[in-house]
Design a protein around this ligand. Sequence first.
Ligand SMILES: NC(=O)c1ccc[n+]([C@@H]2O[C@H](COP(=O)([O-])OP(=O)(O)OC[C@H]3O[C@@H](n4cnc5c(N)ncnc54)[C@H](OP(=O)(O)O)[C@@H]3O)[C@@H](O)[C@H]2O)c1
Length: 238
Amino acid sequence: MQRVLITGANRGLGLEFTRQFLERGECVFACCRNPEAAVRLGELKSVYRKQLEIVEMDVSDFESIRRSHEVVKTHTGVIDILINNAGVYSIYGSKEPSEHLGTLRFEDALKVFRINAVAPIIVVQEYLDLLVASSGAKIVGISTGYASLSLNTKGFPYYYSASKAAMNMFMRSLSVEVKKWGITAVLLDPGWVQTDMGGPGAPLTPKQSVEGMIRVIDAIKPEQSGCFLNWRGETVPW
Ligand SMILES: NC(=O)c1ccc[n+]([C@@H]2O[C@H](COP(=O)([O-])OP(=O)(O)OC[C@H]3O[C@@H](n4cnc5c(N)ncnc54)[C@H](OP(=O)(O)O)[C@@H]3O)[C@@H](O)[C@H]2O)c1
């Protein structure tokens, strides 16, 4: 049984990761901003009482991350897989960004960067003791094809794509620093998926995308640390 911590676990890909890890018998710490409102996590809790803990964490708030760590530590001394999944597409959360020249604002850009780029590395920092305690922990950053500089020929949304590219660089640097503890860090592009963010027209269901990503996570080797792969395990160009 592995101990898995997932951010943004109340809906979309985070919820599907939670469901699939529970189904195969793992112990899951499902983190979300508002556990009381997380109805679907509550339903899973009634089935997987012993395997699932729902933990409050707003990834944009340092104190919230720190408090979540205190809570998780009362249940386990080890995290084997940390999935930095929480993310926003725009300052409106999952909604389509409408950024273009003339509307760009420091505050808006930094809000998206705070959640998508900086939060993942702070979460790792605050959970480092539990990751080091695992024999070969894996850290997963949920990235996107929009983070690829070389694929951007059409003009991706400014804040989202740049913030995810920044997360990629944070994770790449992290992958070097955590090697000494036997920790592997990987970036995964889930594909275009039917969630609030992806919308109903996306070609992939959360089930398909997450099944693929879990296969990739299971197969990842320490020597691949720092790589950027899609849900099928194929390399995504930087
Ligand atoms: N769907 C796609 O096609 C697609 C493609 C490429 C990459 N991705 C990436 O996949 C990840 C999951 O996306 P999704 O499609 O599942 O999106 P989603 O349905 O919009 O879900 C986003 C999740 O992130 C959480 N979140 C946002 N801000 C947060 C914060 N400050 N603290 C904690 N949680 C926060 C949301 O919680 P609340 O309910 O509290 O807002 C929600 O659980 C994201 O990182 C996204 O960029 C998605």
